[in-house]
Write a protein that binds this ligand. Sequence first.
Ligand SMILES: [Zn+2]
Length: 261
Amino acid sequence: MRQGFSIILISLLVVIGVADVNAQVKTTIDPCRVGHQAPATGFWTWAANAHVQVYVRFADFDPGHLPYLLTALQNWNSASEQTGSGVKFEYQGNTVQQRSCENCLTIMRGRVFDKTTRHATELRAYSAKGNQIITFASIIVDPVLTNPKALLNALVHELGHNLGLLDCYTCKRKSTVMNQFEAVNVSNDMEKPTSCDIAQVREAYKELKMLVRASPSGRESMPVDEGEEPVDDDTPIVIPPTANRSTGGSTTLRPAHVPNN
Ligand SMILES: [Zn+2]
């Protein structure tokens, strides 16, 4: 009888032991796998600790839209310490035309909607030093994008791009602000960077400290989808060729989107 009891006891311990191992495996799985919950990095970025001066071309927007634009800036600012980028977006008010000053970002409307790709917003970046560090940039919002919440989602996504994040169309829904949009003027409820977005921006700025990539030759810009149909995204941007290679690349070359001035 005693022996039988011991065997049962040992069996129980083994079962408990197995359960423990499983629990450990679960907790050690990386919750931010690139392409699953996290976007890849390698885009152009504002310099570390840059105080980006943000201008909005008032004439382009309904006054009711402004708070949504500012919320997008604020939501990335709130993550600035966590990402280690130190980048802050400082709202400066109205501008009549696109600004080309150092560390200046202009938010304005323009016809960028592409019927085929259904891009409703676009980021245009320029680097004076010919590397991946942005000197000035513009976020262009197509007039078709009018839903305030969708506008906020699009802006948060764009700001992710200029902090080094690439699109992630294969990522799980709501895991990243760099996910695909389903349709124009439909909110995806992504109003601020997720923990995986924050982790990836931190990676981008860590890499930036070690290596600033060369500027792309010819300044080609590409939509950086992950192999699925781009829907309603804003990806045309000047990006370093090394970044294209690291993400597995995209298929369509687009004309340059470098500002004229
Ligand atoms: Zn995008």
